[in-house]
Design a protein around this ligand. Sequence first.
Ligand SMILES: *[C@@H]1O[C@H](CO)[C@@H](O)[C@H](O)[C@H]1NC(C)=O
Ligand SMILES: *[C@@H]1O[C@H](CO)[C@@H](O)[C@H](O)[C@H]1NC(C)=O
Length: 406
Amino acid sequence: MATASWKKREEGWLLFTLGLIVLGMIYWLSPSSELRQTQWTIRGFPYEFRKPCDLIRPPDSERVAICLVGGARAFELTGPSIKHHLLGPYEGADVFVHAPIDGDAHKLSLLDGAPRLAAIRLFEPTRINQTRMATELLTARGSPHGIQGLLQYFRLVEGCLNMIEEYEALNSFQYKWVIRTRVDGYWNAPMPPVDSFDKAYYYVPYGSEFGGFNDRLGIGSRETSTVALARLSLLSKIHELGYRELHSESAFASQFEVRNVEVKKRTFPFCVLSARKYSWPPRKWGVPVLSIGSKGPLNGAKCRPCTPKLVGKRAEEVVNASERLSGWIGPTEDPKLCNAAGKWENGWENIFDKIAGEEAANARQKISSRTFSQCIQEIEEFRQKWKVWDAPSAEVLCQKGSLVDS
Ligand SMILES: *[C@@H]1O[C@H](CO)[C@@H](O)[C@H](O)[C@H]1NC(C)=O
Ligand SMILES: *[C@@H]1O[C@H](CO)[C@@H](O)[C@H](O)[C@H]1NC(C)=O
């Protein structure tokens, strides 16, 4: 009897020890390194978890914030490519959106399904006071909406930095990288991984420089991004140092100068969909408009769906002939040029669908035929996906879009 109960107890201990070993192995060999990196702090008794949300976050070294700004006018065309090629390659990245409330804002719901929607802020556009400093510093030349338009754009971009700062404060961490771009970018290939960038620099695309730096996309560490995105708050510093007659690209360049941040240029696989008209054929100081079906990296050049007017060697010649410090689109391959002297051609929808592929074509058709009640339902679902929704209700957004039920 005594031996039997002794044996039973021994068995119990053996099982208990084995259990501990297995638990230990799960802990140390766990694929979720976050589990292992969970920090414990002693605050009196008992022990408590710090930041339990860290459990589902990627390690610090990979924390990326992607900020999309601007009017969603063409988002039924750009949204799927942004999801696929810009958000897709950065699996653990948090997405931020800063955009005006207008008739197109409802289209942003195409972002639904992207993995980490952090914060969205849709704001009612209001006039910005044009101080004497701003009037002296900036020039209206080349800006379709003058100095006010520039200030509006700067607020749009800097608002993104504010959102990121607020989100960081809310969650007690800092991002390591910030990627900022526009919602009207059409992507034709995936973005490069973050480990191909160096934290010492700020990265912008080649081309479309207009005497400064291309400001259609930027990537940098949290530190260099703070300089790049501070587009309004650095103006007085730039003014103080004597800069004058700046437009968007040159003001962007002077921000880096006054803060000693070195900028590097790279090629990036996107173009900016534009309804603007440009003279044809493009002149040396003009702006070439590319077909979205061009193969190479377009580095944020202006584009539209079109039947190309110039391809091959002759298109390359025109691109090569454009002024390096102005509208040149940077190194590319197989550019196809559109005649952008008029509106988008009849039947552009079919051209778009063929080039962009089935998924994008479906998204375009879905948004173009969206009814009011579909809109309400989809925006409601979309709203649930965000950690921070600083935007009007579905009703307001769908009404702004003038959608009706058939
Ligand atoms: C802008 O100017 C108006 C009057 O010109 C003034 O009432 C308002 O407070 C100013 N806003 C800011 C943010 O300075
Ligand atoms: C255009 O320039 C690139 C390099 O900048 C060169 O490789 C290409 O051959 C040029 N094309 C033409 C048609 O001149």
